[in-house]
Write a protein that binds this ligand. Structure first.
Ligand code: FAD
Length: 293
């Protein structure tokens, strides 16, 4: 018998962005015991999205903060508990692999055990490498009233953020390391309309600014994936169940390459909860797991 402090959940979710929250809502609806472990704030990178125009159901658009508030309210409707902690390690509980039918192998994260683990941890924004720069996904630090703001990047997020800052900042410049924008033409037009200056072939030596936001993409992998790959071998990063590791699911930006969108992340989360439900059928949930100990 393990220490009484060990808690069991059917479906443990790491990451409380759109993917993790959608997964938790669906898992709760399916009757799985579930929880989210989030290191920071519920909402993830979507909190930094100034205005979302591609989430169906909101014909006039909605801010990332407001959309994430609605996700959180729905999480509360289903009484999903949230644990605020950064996950640094995932322990594999034998027998594993392969996980035998009826076995109790699975995963342990701190004092929580589970047979189904969802990684919905997103990806870390890359930095340009200049002291004091702010990564674009840091929603807590996006107030720049009366300042000279430099946004480095040439994609959608760079142009979207620059347009948003233009409302309050003294001056906003986009420093593109490329010759031409990679952003949607509509976002480029909007930035120009709001008075954002665009500098091609940008180099930081020629710039002066009060705040520098780096918007230059994301790291290819999350450290938790590297940790699991070290223990278990190479992982194929695709949404849904990763066949080489029974019981491990991935969702959202973490495994979506360039297709990083809220609705895709949420869809992945729902699909992962469905897959976890199938994986645990016939039900071998909470009570049965306890009896085996
Ligand atoms: C400025 C900006 C504008 C955007 N605009 C749009 C838009 O208009 N439309 C659109 O569809 N998408 C937009 N996006 C993209 C969208 O926000 C992402 O695709 C979406 O948030 C991905 O969701 P996710 O759940 O996969 O990951 P994330 O949102 O990155 O969430 C991952 C969560 O996991 C947590 N986490 C990470 N590691 C750990 C750990 N070790 N332990 C515990 N918790 C951890 C993080 O704190 C975070 O809360 C925008 C993004 C940005 C930054």
């Amino acid at each position: 018998m393990r220490s009484t402090e060990t808690i069991y959940f059917d479906f443990l979710i790491i990451g409380g962005g759109p993917a993790g929250m959608a997964a938790a809502i669906q898992a709760a609806r399916l009757g799985l015991s579930t929880t989210i472990i989030e290191r920071d704030r519920l909402g993830g990178q979507a909190l930094a999205a100034p205005w979302i125009e591609n989430y169906p159901g909101f014909p006039d658009g909605i801010s990332g903060k407001d959309l994430m508030k609605l996700f959180e309210a729905q999480l509360n409707t289903w009484s999903v508990p949230v644990i605020y902690n950064e996950v640094l390690d995932i322990e594999i509980i034998p027998p594993y692999p392969p996980l035998q039918k009826g076995g109790v192998g699975g995963f342990r994260v701190n004092n929580i055990e589970t047979r189904c683990l969802l990684l919905a941890v997103g990806l870390t924004p890359k930095l340009v490498g200049i002291r004091g720069e702010i990564p674009y996904g840091d929603p807590a630090r996006l107030e720049h009233a009366d300042k000279d703001v430099l946004v480095v990047g040439s994609g959608d997020s760079a142009f979207d953020l620059a347009s948003c800052f233009a409302e309050k900042a003294r001056k906003v410049t986009i420093g593109m390391r490329d010759e031409t924008p990679k952003a949607l033409p509509k976002l480029v037009e909007r930035a120009l309309f709001r008075g954002v200056q665009i500098q091609a072939n940008w180099s930081h030596k020629e710039s002066s600014y009060d705040v520098l936001i780096s918007c230059v993409g994301k790291e290819a992998r999350h450290p938790l994936i590297d940790k699991l790959s070290k223990d278990l071998g190479p992982l194929e990063l695709r949404p849904g169940e990763v066949t080489d590791i029974p019981g491990l699911f991935l969702a959202g930006d973490l495994c979506r390459g360039q297709d990083r969108h809220i609705v895709i992340a949420a869809g992945d989360g729902i699909a992962a909860a469905q897959a976890a439900h199938r994986y645990l059928s016939p039900p071998q949930r909470h009570r049965e797991h306890r009896e085996k100990k």
